[in-house]
Design a protein around this ligand. Structure first.
Ligand SMILES: [Zn+2]
Length: 238
């Protein structure tokens, strides 16, 4: 099992500033909320000055990186999302540190640490770049359940984790697939006697969740999502 590298954690935390399941979004809460978040997550030593344009830039960067994290899970890249993020790093200042003879892991892209908003966002962008260069980015994945969309670190040895939680989103997807298959596989020969084809269809529908959503799953999901991204998956997903 590979633990989430400390250098990658800022970008994973940043991508989860939106919680689709809870309907919350730190960035949509405005400049003050974003400034507080940056301090709370160690990206700024003191509260930076954040403008509405800065929030817009952060949203664009997050949008693109979240699309790429979903692509890491085998889903198509949203070109529009990535395009929105393309111009954000050009406004940031970076410096590169070359690997030394004893550290052959690869170069680091570093942002300044002056405490400005630009530098804080630069640290997130640099974390993404460094993770890409060193191979860790492929393990940053977005849960493919659209009503979840949590971003997690794939700690599996063979990098095969698809769901944020096999116990929640993974099982729910399995149940949906099984219900669909059962419905499709009902042979006409089973429709006989007093049970009409319509009655049979209704009986099958009544046995599965009203819809394939988190509302149909009685298990609490937040404790799973709220756990540090480096913790092992609960089924021991994504
Ligand atoms: Zn999920």
């Amino acid at each position: 099992m590979r633990e989430l590298p400390a250098a990658v954690r800022p970008v994973v935390d940043f991508l989860n500033t939106i919680d689709v399941e809870d309907g919350t979004d730190v960035l949509r809460d405005g400049p003050e909320a974003l400034a507080n978040w940056l301090v709370e997550h160690g990206l700024c030593a003191a509260r930076p000055s954040v403008t509405t344009a800065d929030v817009r830039a952060a949203i664009d960067l997050r949008r693109g990186l979240r699309s790429l994290a979903l692509a890491n899970n085998g889903e198509p890249v949203d070109a529009e999302d990535v395009q929105a993020a393309q111009t954000v790093p050009t406004a940031l200042t970076f410096r590169m540190r070359l690997p030394t003879g004893t550290d052959a892991a690869g170069p680091d892209l570093l942002a300044d640490d002056s405490g400005s908003f630009s530098d804080a966002l630069g640290r997130i962008a640099a974390a993404y770049f460094t993770a890409s260069v060193r191979g860790g980015w492929a393990r940053v994945r977005r849960c493919p359940a659209h009503d979840c969309a949590w971003v997690f670190w794939d700690s599996y040895k063979n990098a095969s984790r698809r769901w944020c939680s096999m116990r929640v989103c993974g099982n729910r997807a399995k149940k949906c697939a099984r219900s669909t298959n059962e419905e499709r596989s009902v042979p006409p020969t089973l429709v006989r006697g007093d049970l009409s084809r319509a009655d049979l269809a209704l009986s099958l529908v009544s046995k599965r969740p009203r819809k394939c959503s988190s509302n149909a799953d009685p298990q609490p999901r937040k404790p799973v999502h709220g756990a540090p991204a480096s913790l092992p998956p609960t089924n021991s997903p994504p």
